[in-house]
Write a protein that binds this ligand. Sequence first.
Ligand code: NAD
Ligand code: TYD
Length: 355
Amino acid sequence: MTIIVTGGAGFIGSAVVRRLIRETGETIVNLDKLTYAGNLESLGAARDNPRHVFEQVDICDMAAVQAVLARHKPRAIMHLAAESHVDRSIDGPGEFIQTNVVGTFTLLQAARAYRETLAAEARGQFRFHHVSTDEVYGTLGETGLFTEETAYSPNSPYSASKASSDHLVRAWGETFGLPAVVTNCSNNYGPCQFPEKLIPVLILKALKGEKLPIYGKGENVRDWLYVEDHAEALCLVMEQGRIGETYNIGGNAERQNIQVARAVCAILDDLLPNSPHRPHESLISFVADRPGHDARYAIDASKIARELGWKPRESFESGLRKTVSWYLENRDWWQRILSGDYRVERIGLGKEASR
Ligand code: NAD
Ligand code: TYD
């Protein structure tokens, strides 16, 4: 049997591919365009496993997507390919509309046509799993949690493009009978996260003794989910989630950004007793806020716990220590990224609105 994972060279997709190669006997087709965020090195040993097949394809390219489906005849598609960074979506929303909206549309059309070619049994078993974000729900005040019933209210170009894609998936299920499940998860962290998101930015800048940029007052809250816990939840939903349903996935780990920064600094102080930058907390620096910065995200993950028996294994403290250790032990992985065109510079203030 074969599963297609789109975005399998990205942060979460690579964790899913590693897990599927490790835990199943199936062939995993990794369909990825390899944008700036895609890196086959994140796959580790799975990359060279004979059951891992890499297809360098843009999800917006209908003919190429159709050819991959016809060639590999998957029983399921797990769709993770996306433009994923809010700050980039502020400077250049066009790519987000293209990949997240048009790309998802293309994939849905291709999946629908492909499913029609299957014999009755395989057609009945086929499923399309769309991976999305809690950011589609907008922002919370000081209390409350996002549930699967929370109304959509996206505030950034990124979250609006993901909300659009969620709506398309839902419509393809209702109108065309495409058997689809959707998951909306909170902020992930862990090994192989591209150094543009908060936690790797903090780690890599602190290692170099550079200032740690905290947007606004650092009071914004995110609900942190360890990426391996997320990958486990995704595989479970792909297998056992009820068609037509949405499942929220969260880490039960709400933290203010300033708390996250202090926690990273404390772990670095501990792991690097001879660092000239200790105490790393002295590097924290408050900078201009992100436009449209959502105040708080927090997930009620009781549905997936109740229906599928999933809950996160890592606490924020254990997951963060593993993450910081991973970046210390895998300098090659990020040094190759930093030597390219991305250099942990501040983006997302909306000054490059033409793209
Ligand atoms: P990522 O940016 O690390 O990886 C995205 C991957 O998609 C890359 O490998 C990239 O090459 C590929 N890709 C981009 N455009 C493509 C295209 N047009 N065709 C084919 N491949 C393309 O993203 P991530 O953090 O791993 O996120 C994966 C999914 O999870 C996304 O759909 C994202 O919206 C969602 N999500 C992420 C988080 C998070 O905290 N990282 C939270 C909630 C939801
Ligand atoms: P990020 O990792 O970009 O994820 P998202 O915007 O999808 O939640 O940001 C997480 C939080 O950290 C968010 O509130 C913005 C903030 N942030 C900073 O304070 N400094 C930074 O350098 C970055 C990248 C983010």
